[in-house]
Design a binder for this molecule. Structure first.
Ligand SMILES: Nc1ncnc2c1ncn2[C@@H]1O[C@H](COP(=O)(O)OP(=O)(O)OP(=O)(O)O)[C@@H](O)[C@H]1O
Ligand SMILES: [Mg+2]
Length: 372
């Protein structure tokens, strides 16, 4: 990948108010222009205007901006903290008074363990949204459930749907064909995001999706583009267009790339950023997770680095880690104009960790002069 191509205009240094990056629709290989126009946004999904922050608070507010979206996709390589950050956003949004849905995607094989569910004291989420904490529902997006919802929309007859779903052949087909897995997940997510209350308002103010690791994540975000080229019309295409109207719209949806402050994870994060933009996800923030605490001034760090290395004398390994983290953040700044937000490394795990990080995020909101 050309690293320069990950550079996204519209970053914090360009303007005093937080701007979202332009999504480069021209990037998909072999596609001269975006193949399908994104349909108009349904009224029920329109969100209020974003607040504006001063430049000094812009970095801090990058995560808070996410709370003003309807949908946030949290992506990243394995083990970088996607699940932790997804749970943190869910908690921060719930504490801001939003009705929240936190979703994860079932593995194609039967899943028996979910770190996300575990943070909320559950073994696994169910495939129907259910309460997991005050103001927060959890759901496991499940392809078969998504296909059921889709078939119901098409056939309008429960018995026909039940008959279709009882078919072993269809079940095997859904499990075996990779795009159908993603299509089912997509349908399931779309149905939940589009859910409205009695007054026609969105049932969930905020949905956060803990995405699978890179390859599977891009298979999901790239799905509409691929299928619409094969099947440009009909009920599947209609559903995909509806999904694009939400998931590719930077007013409603944001993608987040989570990375660790180390050389290889940063390279991988930049590749993922490129892939997400190519599949039209409006990525708005890079989160650098597990930033080591810095107890030294820049001068002290420089002086410590002059000392002979070898042993971990005076915590030299810690110093090296801090220097590496600084270099990684600089590299991210050089390669993309997206806001880069750091999350500190703590000694906590699970729910305690999520609470600490959510406090941190909301604390920044107070300093940024936000209200929600
Ligand atoms: N800021 C942090 N400080 C300390 N530990 C952290 C932090 N963020 C995440 N961790 C820990 O790192 C580990 C991996 O985090 P997490 O499960 O969120 O990553 P993931 O990207 O979802 O991983 P996977 O690819 O397995 O789904 C967990 O043990 C988590 O508690
Ligand atoms: Mg995870």
């Amino acid at each position: 990948m050309s690293m320069q191509s990950a550079k996204v205009p519209g970053g914090p240094t360009d303007s005093p108010s937080p701007r979202l990056p332009r999504v480069d629709f021209e990037r998909e290989p072999g596609v001269a222009s975006r193949p399908h126009p994104i349909p108009a946004v349904p009224n029920s999904l329109v969100v209020p205007k974003r607040k504006s922050y001063s430049p000094a608070t812009q970095m801090e507010s990058a995560v808070l901006e996410l709370l003003h979206k309807r949908v946030v996709f949290v992506a990243g390589k394995g083990g970088v903290g996607r699940t932790t950050f997804a749970a943190t956003l869910a908690l921060a949004a719930a504490r801001s008074g939003k009705r929240v849905l936190v979703a994860e995607i079932t593995e194609p094989t039967v899943q028996t363990y979910s770190p996300l569910a575990r943070i909320f004291g559950q073994k696994l989420f169910k495939d129907r949204a259910h309460s997991i904490a005050p103001g927060i529902d959890g759901v496991m997006l499940e392809p078969r459930r998504g296909m059921e919802i889709f078939l119901r929309n098409v056939f309008k007859s429960r018995s026909l749907v039940a008959l279709a779903l009882r078919s072993k052949a269809l079940r095997r087909f859904v499990q075996a064909a990779p795009s159908l897995h993603e299509l089912g997940v997509f349908q399931h997510l779309l149905q939940l995001v589009g859910r409205v209350d009695e007054e026609g308002k969105p049932f969930y103010d905020f949905t956060v999706l803990d995405m699978p690791a890179t390859g599977h994540a891009l298979a999901l975000t790239g799905l509409p583009g691929i299928i619409l080229r094969l099947i440009p019309g009909g009920p599947i295409a209609d559903a995909l267009h509806s999904g694009q109207a939400i998931f590719n719209n930077p007013e409603l949806t944001a993608g987040v790339i989570v990375a660790l402050p180390e050389t290889l994870p940063v390279s991988e994060a930049l590749e993922l950023l490129e892939g997400m933009l190519r599949t039209h996800v409006p990525v708005s923030t890079v989160v650098v997770n597990r930033l080591p605490a810095v107890h030294f001034s820049a001068e002290e760090l420089a002086a410590l680095r002059e000392l002979p290395s070898g042993d971990d004398v005076m915590g030299m390994r810690g110093v090296e880690k801090i220097c590496q983290a600084k270099a990684c953040i600089q590299r991210l700044h050089d390669m993309t104009d997206l806001p880069i937000r750091t999350l500190k490394e703590t000694m906590e795990t699970g729910w305690d960790l999520v609470e600490t990080l959510a406090d941190d995020v909301l604390d920044k909101e107070r300093h940024a002069g936000g209200t929600s």
